[in-house]
Design a protein. Structure first.
Length: 227
């Protein structure tokens, strides 16, 4: 390989030297200009490929992304099934595959659900203004704690957040085992059902928005127009 490279370099130098001896400077200038333009065009053409290749090399040294991890990136979620020099292949929850260029992964943030065993999630709800707020807080905390045991340095957090249009709203936050997005959805699903069951048993109202329409002014306006 080295001998071929040296041979090619000698031929190239000989070509330019011959052009100089024959006083063909304009030809030499045209050749160099053409080579520059061609190099620029080639560089632009392979820019995306080179960017993805370099990004692929970078990803191979990043321990936060591995085959089998469940990630959320660039609007897609799924298991990492392949990492190559050009792209990352994700297997989505519908069993379809999406190919994402490596540069998109490197340049944009992504969430890797497989890096940690435990994560904190939240569930929000609202109760009627007539409710005993302390009772609501106690019921929700006990319900979540009984169903989702908390480990050391963890715990259930409960906060009333606002006076809504038809309810006093709150959020409850707690820790669960979470390695993929399905675990998040399953925990939220279970928590919503349990809170609703306990509220029903205790007679606590979860109101829904009510809109009141007042046609009084419109009726008066119509009567005036008739007169």
């Amino acid at each position: 390989m080295s001998s071929k490279f040296v041979f090619g370099l000698i031929i190239l130098l000989g070509f330019f030297l011959a052009l100089g001896i024959m006083d063909l400077d304009k030809v030499l200038t045209s050749v160099l200009a053409g080579a520059g333009v061609a190099g620029l065009a080639i560089g632009l053409a392979v820019q995306a490929t080179l960017s993805n290749s370099v990004s692929g090399i970078m990803l191979s040294f990043i321990p936060s992304l591995r085959i089998g991890d469940y990630v959320d990136t660039n609007g897609y979620s799924g298991f990492v099934s392949e990492i190559n020099l050009r792209s990352i292949v994700l297997r989505k929850s519908d069993n379809n595959y999406v190919v994402i260029p490596n540069s998109k992964i490197v340049d944009n943030p992504f969430t890797n659900y497989s890096l940690t065993e435990r994560s904190r999630i939240g569930v929000g709800c609202g109760v009627g203004y007539e409710s005993d707020l302390q009772k609501v807080e106690d019921i929700v905390i006990k319900t979540i704690t009984d169903e989702f045991p908390q480990k050391d340095n963890e715990g259930v957090e409960f906060f009333f957040t606002e006076f809504g249009d038809s309810s006093i709203n709150f959020i409850v936050r707690f820790w669960i085992d979470l390695q993929k997005k399905k675990h998040l959805l399953e925990a939220q699903h279970k928590a919503v059902k349990l809170i609703k069951q306990r509220f029903d048993a205790e007679g606590i109202n979860i109101p829904f928005p009510i809109r009141t329409l007042d046609f009084g002014k419109n009726v008066l306006q119509i009567e005036r127009e008739k007169k």
